[in-house]
Design a protein around this ligand. Structure first.
Ligand code: SF4
Length: 286
């Protein structure tokens, strides 16, 4: 009989109890997949809801999301059938508040067998306690590589905890910014990711990667994808989906999946590309 790690056993037991409760958090499915990051047997993501994290007003009075990212956030497109994504993320808000969050997610990651985890395909870090929980999780799973983009550098109450988290060797943390965020602090070892709303929206300072406001994030493309899902089809990333093919903006490289040009196999997903993950590249000697 297969012998599970004690935390896997714990996570499975709590998930089974949760499934029987009247208001289940669906602990079994707290880890999500996304085609951009890589195949589900290798990489998963843990999401938080926008309302519960990046779009919420912080005690310091700041809301770290800007009008630019809110306008493009796929998490808000509930009218196009994305409500399942939001519901899952809202349940994760509650899971993240549990006293046993670290044990639950470490058990779930171990049980899944993946060695890559994207922290927040949707959502962001919202409290010092939550960031410290990730510090524990990442420290406990030295053979898993984590990466996260954050705008929580804008919340000075959280910055020291973020820098501590970023010091871990198996996590790449990127400061995300756009024309409304202000300029992130220059910290050695923390790359910047610029969100270009349009191709006429270059980063004022060089960034390690530019993520474009692609057609794929627009409503027309959303509808095309929803129609395909309803037919039981899964659409691959759309080649040439950007209006103008573009490799870089103002000297900062565009994510290879968003250049609007044919995607080379070495860039087919995040865990293969690793442009946003200098520590991962070093670990795998690329
Ligand atoms: S540059 Fe590479 S690692 Fe970064 S988001 Fe694009 S595909 Fe993912």
């Amino acid at each position: 009989m297969r012998k599970f790690h004690p935390l896997v056993r714990y996570s499975r037991r709590i998930a089974a109890e949760d499934a029987q409760s009247e208001t289940p958090l669906d602990i079994r499915t707290m880890l999500s997949t996304a085609s951009k990051i890589g195949p589900a047997d290798k990489v998963l993501a843990f999401n938080r809801s926008p309302e519960g994290s990046c779009c919420a007003e912080r005690p310091s009075g700041i809301r770290i999301a800007t009008d630019v990212c809110r306008a493009r956030c796929y998490g808000w497109k509930t009218s196009e059938g994305r409500d399942g994504v939001l519901e899952r993320a809202e349940k994760n808000d509650a899971i993240a508040r549990r006293a046993d969050f670290v044990r639950l997610i470490v058990g779930a990651i171990r049980h899944s067998g993946v060695h890559w985890l994207r922290v927040h395909d949707l959502g962001d870090f919202d409290t010092v306690e939550y960031i410290d929980a990730w510090y524990e999780i990442v420290s406990m799973l030295g053979d898993v590589h984590f990466w996260a983009y954050t705008r929580s550098w804008r919340d000075l109450d959280l910055l020291p905890a973020l820098l501590r988290l970023a010091s871990l060797p198996n996590l790449d943390l990127l400061f995300s910014w756009d024309r409304k965020t202000g300029t992130p602090p220059h910290i050695t070892g923390i790359p910047w990711a610029w969100f270009a709303d349009t191709d006429g929206d270059p980063p004022p300072e060089r960034s390690s990667v530019v993520l474009r406001g692609t057609n794929e994030r627009n409503r027309e493309e959303d509808r095309r994808r929803k129609a395909a899902r309803d037919r039981g089809e899964k659409l691959p990333p759309r080649v040439g989906r950007n209006v103008v093919p573009l490799k870089s903006i103002n000297g900062s490289p565009v994510c290879p999946l968003e250049t609007g040009m044919p995607v080379k196999d070495k860039h087919r997903d995040c865990i293969t590309c690793q442009r946003c993950m200098p520590k991962a590249r070093k670990r795998t000697s690329r």
